[in-house]
Every structure is written in C-alpha cells, then in structure tokens.
Design a protein around this ligand. Structure first.
Ligand code: 5GP
Ligand code: 5GP
Length: 269
C-alpha cells in the first residue's frame, strides 16, 4: 500500500505533468532536458501592424515607409518531439552589449511590432529580444551556447530560408483585396524547402509561419509525435481555406505617444 507521503508526491507529480501539458511548456527554471529540434517563428507585419493603435519608438510598425515589408523573425524556439517545449532554461540575463554588432540587422529583421514591453524569465520586463533570449534562447544549449550565437544563427537561418521570397515567387504577393488558398501557400514552401510549415492566422489573415529544423539546421517536419497534428500545416491555429496576406497600412491617423523631442529619433530608424 502506498504511504501518504508517496501518495502526496505522486499527486504533485501528476499535477505538474498536467500543468506542463496544458501550457505546452516544461517546468521553468529547473533542470530541463535537452530539446529535440528548433522551430523558427516568423511574423507577417501586414497582419500584426493592423493592431497598432498608438505609436512608440520601439514598434517597427511605426516606421512609416521604412516599416518591414517582409516576414520578420519572432524567435528561434527549441522544442520537444511530443509538442511541448522548454522555457527559461538558465539564469542568463539578456545583455544587449553582447549583440551590439548585430543590432543593425536585428532592428531590420527581428524588430518588435508592438509597443508593450515583454516579460522576462525573472519576473521583470524587457525588450522583445530580451524575452526571446531568456525564454527560448537559453534552452538552445548546447547547440547554441551564448546570446551572440543565438541571435547570429537565427539571422542566418532566416536569411537562408527566405519565405517572403518563396511566396512572392509563387505569386502570393501582399494585397488588401486578394485571398490565397492556404494549400497553395503550404505547397510553395514544401516545394522550396521539402518540409511542411505550420501556419497561424488571425481574423483570416496569415499572422505567423513556422519552419522546423534539426539541430544541424537541416529542415525537418515539426512535432512529429504530437497527437494534435491531423493536418500539420494548420496545427498552430485556425486558418480558413483562403487567407489574406495584408499589405502594410500605416498606423497613420491613430493617436500617437510621440513627443516632439522623440520624432527625430523615429525618423532616423
Ligand atoms: P501562442 O499561444 O501565441 O501561439 O504562443 C504564445 C507563446 O508560447 C509564444 O510566443 C512562445 O513563446 C510559446 N510557444 C507557442 N508555441 C510554441 C512552440 O511550438 N514552441 C515553443 N518553443 N514555444 C511556443
Ligand atoms: P512569446 O509570445 O514569444 O512568448 O512572447 C512575446 C512577448 O513579446 C509578448 O509579451 C509580447 O507582448 C512581446 N512582443 C513584443 N514585440 C512583439 C512582436 O513583434 N511579436 C510578438 N509576437 N510579441 C511581441
């Protein structure tokens, strides 16, 4: 017969497993096992920027004609084959000085499309980059061993697998009137990279596209073991059969948070 203390231990263990399965995340901060593969998450600014209600210097949607017109990076995420993922794997805090030589490229290809600050793993707030490094980047050990390598490698993989170019070449151009068959978008990526992307939509518009990679950055299918994946490409969310790829629309008439003194800084971006 089980003793009451072992019953309590088992109950706590079951509760922890249920919590992990529900959130998809493994236990934070503890000894998390090594990840199985990488997922590169990319966001479509035309969809994200429709949400911009007010502007601020950190939001690339507010750069007017310099706002991003191609998929930008959301993050490089270490994942497990069972569909869950580790998070916040070490106490290593984000230090922008370590990536000072990459900031120009990161501003262009990995900008924040939001004004809000992001949560960090240690109960604080930080930049989008700080959030991505602390939550996901720290879990990419031992393949990527530090912050500089995490950001540099992510940029290189993103440049190599240029989904904006693939979709444009297949005739899927940004438009505020056209709708495109989701199957055609998936096929274009499959033809180019021989793997199936995952796709997330918001209000019928393509919002994020995910490509998965082995630890040596060769493309692979995402979460093969996941029970959710009847149709891999649509597993991330509810995309309709036809989706839009909205053109960037300037937040223009929206109220701004800018003060006169901050305007030159924004124009310089
Ligand atoms: P959402 O619920 O918007 O899809 O995801 C919220 C957050 O959960 C993401 O920004 C990311 O940090 C995490 N997340 C969602 N899906 C995945 C995934 O497949 N892998 C990893 N590693 N994190 C994910
Ligand atoms: P994730 O969903 O990756 O765990 O969390 C992203 C965090 O960064 C959220 O707190 C979100 O508010 C913040 N954030 C800042 N800029 C962006 C952005 O451009 N895209 C997304 N998805 N989140 C952003």
């Amino acid at each position: 017969m089980a003793s009451s203390s072992s019953l309590i231990r088992r109950t706590v263990l079951v509760a922890a497993i249920v919590a992990m399965v529900t959130t998809g995340e493994a236990d934070e901060g503890g000894n998390q096992r090594e990840f199985d593969y990488f997922k590169l998450a990319m966001q479509w600014p035309g969809t994200y920027c429709q949400r911009t209600r007010h502007c601020c210097s950190s939001n690339a949607c507010c750069r007017g004609s310099n706002s991003p017109a191609e998929f930008t990076i959301h993050g490089l995420w270490p994942d497990y084959n069972d569909g869950s993922w580790p998070a916040c794997c070490s106490r290593s805090r984000f230090n922008e000085k370590e990536i000072s030589t990459l900031v120009g490229a990161l501003d262009k290809y990995w900008p924040s499309l939001s004004c809000g600050s992001s949560s960090t793993c240690h109960g604080g707030k930080g930049s989008f980059w700080a959030h991505e490094w602390e939550k996901h980047g720290t879990c990419s050990f031992p393949v990527l061993q530090d912050e500089y390598n995490y950001f540099l490698t992510t940029l290189n993989v993103y440049f190599k697998y240029n989904i904006t170019r693939v979709l444009n070449d297949a005739g899927y151009l940004p438009s505020n009137t056209e709708k495109y068959p989701i199957g055609g978008i998936v096929s274009a990526i499959q033809n180019a990279f021989h793997v199936t992307p995952e796709i997330a939509c918001s209000n019928g518009a393509l919002e994020e596209l995910y490509l998965c990679f082995y630890k040596d950055f060769q493309p692979r299918e995402c979460a093969v073991g996941s029970i959710l994946l009847q149709d891999m490409s649509l597993s991330k969310s509810s995309c309709p059969k036809y989706v839009s790829l909205p053109e960037y629309v300037s937040p223009g008439r929206a109220k701004t948070e800018w003060t006169m003194s901050s305007v030159p800084q924004i124009e310089a971006l």
